[in-house]
Design a protein around this ligand. Structure first.
Ligand code: HEC
Length: 200
């Protein structure tokens, strides 16, 4: 004789089973595919993990048939656009615009190269607005060719219409700045350093 409670349990349907339906193979293939794509993406776009260990490795693109030409647009996108924005318009009150900026377009570009090389920290007036932020130095991150390319890019893009700057000129500026420590202390310091040679 089975107890009434036991009989009641026997009337119940069995628990639903899920163990004997395997995960479709396609799911594994998909996951493997995504993983491989992720690895490829990291390697192709950031150089990681090959470039690991130096978090500040600049994102630099070389293109052109000779494989050695540096793309100013790519150097800009990887190193400047986060602050100065994709079209050089800046962010009002925080990051100054490069479009229509005298600091970019005036003179022969040596001053713009010097800003990129040393960084800038202190008041600087751009188009009537005074900015007092911090721009990092790129002397250790970018080569002369890369700085020449990016300075040429900002001087010739978005309506800016100034001359190109060569790697040789950037190299001269870099050498002339040797021994100088720390970022430029604002627009006045730049003006006095480049009075005459920047043409503006
Ligand atoms: C972390 C943010 C940041 C990055 C990245 C940055 N800048 Fe700047 N930049 C600034 C700030 C802030 C100022 C103004 C500094 C001040 O107030 O003293 C400035 C000023 C300038 C100026 C002079 C003012 C003007 O608007 O013309 C130039 C030229 C310039 N940056 C170019 C560049 C270029 C080229 C790059 C990339 C190689 C770059 N910056 C990367 C924040 C940045």
């Amino acid at each position: 004789m089975t107890a009434p409670r036991e009989r009641a349990r026997q009337r119940e349907n069995p628990e639903p089973e899920e163990g004997d339906r395997p995960v479709p193979k396609a799911v594994f293939v998909l996951i493997a595919g995504l993983f491989l794509w992720g690895c490829y993406y990291l390697l192709a776009h950031t150089g990681y993990p090959l470039g690991a260990g130096d978090a500040r490795t600049p994102i630099v693109a070389r293109d052109g048939a000779d494989g050695g030409a540096v793309s100013g647009a790519s150097v800009y996108a990887g190193n400047c656009a986060a602050c100065h924005q994709a079209k050089g318009q800046g962010i009002a009150g925080t990051f100054p615009p490069l479009v229509g900026s005298r600091w970019v377009t005036e003179g022969n570009g040596r001053m713009a190269a010097a800003i990129v090389l040393r960084g800038l920290q202190g008041g600087i007036e751009v188009q009537g607005t005074v900015y007092d932020g911090q721009m990092p130095s790129f002397a250790g991150q970018l080569s002369d060719a890369e700085i020449a390319a990016v300075v040429t890019h900002i001087r010739t893009s978005w309506g800016n219409d100034a001359g190109a700057v060569s790697a040789g000129v950037v190299s001269e500026v870099r050498t002339a700045l040797d021994g100088d420590a720390g970022p430029w202390k604002g627009g006045e310091a730049l003006r006095s350093a480049f009075d005459g040679s920047a043409g503006g």
